[in-house]
Design a protein around this ligand. Sequence first.
Ligand code: GDP
Length: 202
Amino acid sequence: LFARPWEFVTSVARYDQLVPPAGVEVAFAGRSNVGKSSLINAVTGRNGLARTSNTPGRTQLLNFFSTADFGGAEPITIVDMPGYGYAEAPKKTVDAWTNLIFDYLRGRPNLRRVFVLVDARHGLKGNDLAALKALDTAAVTYQIVLTKADKVKPPALEKLVSQTIEAIGRRPAAFPQIIATSSEKGTGLDEVRATIAEIGGF
Ligand code: GDP
């Protein structure tokens, strides 16, 4: 699956712009600056696919990426969700994103999993918990992916993994496994790829 080239399909700012569901979708979500663009680029092997930037909140759309050639199989789409927790965005903009995201989460029958990215240095914060709550409400399975694992020492990472497993233990839509990644060092990328391939039935 990941030997094929991943390409940008479309950007969506409003619910009515959504393309009809086809094949399987997985989405990436997380706080602004968590390393979402870097991870999508690293996992797909396409450097410019998702924009990497130090300006939090720049990715305000749902961005859809897919592989060019499925060889007759159902396509898999990766959806890059807008980063959350960007306090400086105007309230009206935040409300518009929130509505789009909730509508998308609730109304997307082929959305099979949301990878919720969490910075390995910080762990789950208030707005991450709010996102998990929204996913539980929408009954969309989500899986925590720790980012920037290269920034913490192995014992601290181990501790965060067990704390996070405990924190999601009783959440109804949480997938119980956690993936630790570093886009910089390449850690965990194959695990993310394998997970997506498995979800897509490859
Ligand atoms: P996004 O806003 O969530 O899309 O985050 P970006 O992918 O733009 O990354 C935000 C910042 O974190 C950038 O300065 C990246 O270089 C840095 N970053 C992303 N992934 C990693 C990683 O795995 N390790 C380290 N050390 N830095 C990272």
